[in-house]
Write a protein that binds this ligand. Sequence first.
Ligand code: FUB
Length: 318
Amino acid sequence: MLKNLFAAALLCGAGVVQAATNPLFAPLYTADPAVLVDGGRVYLFTGRDEALPEGKDYVMHDWHVFSSCDMVNWKDEGVPIKARDFAWAKGRAWASDIVKRDGKYWFYSTVEHATVPGFAIGVAVSDSPTGPFVDARGSALVTNDMTTQTDIAWDDIDPAIFIDDDGQAYLYWGNTVMKYAKLKANMTELDGPITAVPVKDFVEASYLHKRKGVYYLSYSQHFPEETAYMTGPSPTGPWTPRGVVMAKNLKTKTIHQAFFEFNGRSYVAYHNAELPGGGEFRRSVAMEEFSYRADGTIPFIRQTKAGPRANPSAACKR
Ligand code: FUB
């Protein structure tokens, strides 16, 4: 019932707030969650799956942003940027990530390059977490010809951006081979070499977060994918494998996680394909709350229909 109300609200246009349970955001199909917490509000960026039910590949033209003050009521904030807003891109709005620095919002995203064969990573900037975002370079930050570890055209996807407490920004990304590079403080240029990270069974969706001085590098492994992670004492390791924390999906082979803290509680966002009509290329973002164990490790997290309980943020500004 609540889900139907939410669907009706979204059909009526952006900006409507409605309560929802997992998976989120019907009637849209969404994928590849990225999260920013800002001003006491959580902003959830997703790709949008527009493939028809019989589709045989991803159809993804733009990203969507939703926000919430309590993890239950979500506001549709619309489309902050489209793949073709990068003038050098052919399209294909695959996975993204979002970070705030010095009052500006930086959006890193996978797109297909129009002239350099293969996928690439772009960076866009905005004064608002809900956009509009504009290309911050006028060219790709990473192109397929800058990495040589594999021959595939899709090994430079899934950017994950992390800024450490000392201000140093790191970009992790990759498919088949995980890679990272430091970023300059301007957030638009690599600062030093691209380094490959040897990770057994790695597929994609690397994601770096930090909690109580421990760095957590999570990712998708195997195909169909399950979510695994490693921990380390620095943003570049050395990494200790910690195992699987979410099992593979039944209706799509991808899962793409993002870990975050909001209003004192811990969450993971991911996607499955559990909305009616869902499938391999018609996925849906969902979320779970979890608690770290006393030793700081992440427990195995089960997907639920209920999703997170209400967590109203008194700091929520809008
Ligand atoms: O959504 C397109 C691709 O599928 C993403 O870039 C990967 O992480 C996987 O979810």
